[in-house]
Design a protein around this ligand. Structure first.
Ligand code: HEC
Length: 260
């Protein structure tokens, strides 16, 4: 009996994790906490520019997760215990927010008002789900570090030197399927390895930047494959599953090989 209860709890929490956590974030947290801003930009904003670049009113989720994981509990200890420690910090913070408990840097936190308590506004299940969502979020952060920081010009240089294919990944803010792909596809080990071997990814936020090569595309995500001579090989719109995207990457490598 106990086993069955535990199993169903486990399944239940997995279910919440995969579906509900992000929804809870979108419904209860996204109005204040942006999901992701590149660490280099955050650093410049808070350490050099007094928050005058981003004008943030709350820390971003990638900031919070990074700080929680390094400041709460024992980061080098048992992973399950570490997660429980972070879960309980979050559960407490949502009900009893208090800047004196903050894990953020003083130079960051001083720009914000204390978070309003969510007491009575968020259920225990929602707290667990959003906490799972935050815990899993580091993957995206890792991938972002690895994949997002090449500017187009630099990518062309690398592509020519290392005979790689450039993928221009067109995204925009609040693009649900971009985030979904970041989390489910671009955080996958096989995908990362495949990208690492044959590709260079350039991410362009079409709401903020003009895409290279005069590209005029409104749909996000869209993936533009470009060869080392800056010729467009393919334009692939839409969100893809891991298997499909791996297939697309293989096709691109094959197409490049065929041309030689
Ligand atoms: C009305 C705006 C608002 C909403 C909604 C909100 N937060 Fe916050 N949150 C803030 C602000 C501002 C801070 C920074 C000041 C502070 O720590 O109290 C913060 C800080 C935090 C911190 C602590 C970071 C630290 O300083 O150590 C966590 C964790 C957190 N929020 C999680 C969440 C989660 C999860 C949700 C959704 C369930 C949420 N917040 C909803 C505004 C908000």
């Amino acid at each position: 009996m106990i086993k069955i209860v535990m199993l169903s709890l486990l399944l239940y929490s997995n279910f919440l994790f995969s579906n509900e956590g992000e929804k809870v974030y979108e419904k209860r947290c996204a109005s204040c906490h942006k999901l992701y801003i590149a660490p280099s930009i955050l650093l410049e904003n808070f350490m050099e520019k007094n928050n005058t670049v981003l004008h943030l009113t709350a820390p971003t989720i990638n900031q919070i997760v990074f700080r929680l994981k390094s400041r709460i509990g024992d980061p080098k200890g048992d992973e399950d215990i570490h997660k429980m420690e972070i879960d309980s910090f979050i559960a407490d913070y949502l009900i009893n927010p208090d800047k004196s408990k903050s894990v953020c840097l003083p130079k960051v936190i001083r720009h914000f008002k204390t978070m309003p308590s969510l007491k009575g506004k968020i259920s225990v299940e929602e707290i667990e789900a959003v906490s799972d969502f935050l815990w899993a979020y580091n993957l995206t952060d890792f991938v972002a570090k690895k994949l997002k920081f090449v500017a187009y010009k630099k990518a062309v240089e690398i592509a020519q030197k290392e005979h790689k294919i450039i993928i221009i990944k067109l995204t925009r803010e609040h693009c649900h399927f971009c985030t979904k792909m970041d989390r489910e596809v671009f955080s996958d080990k096989e995908i990362i390895e495949a990208l690492d071997k044959n590709f260079i990814v350039v991410e362009v936020d079409i709401g903020k930047e003009t895409p290279p090569l005069g590209l005029k595309i409104g749909m996000t995500p869209t993936f533009i494959f470009v060869d080392e001579k800056e010729k467009i090989m393919a334009k692939i719109p839409g969100a893809w599953t891991k298997q499909d995207f791996l297939g697309i990457l293989k096709e691109a490598v094959k197409a490049k090989g065929d041309k030689k």
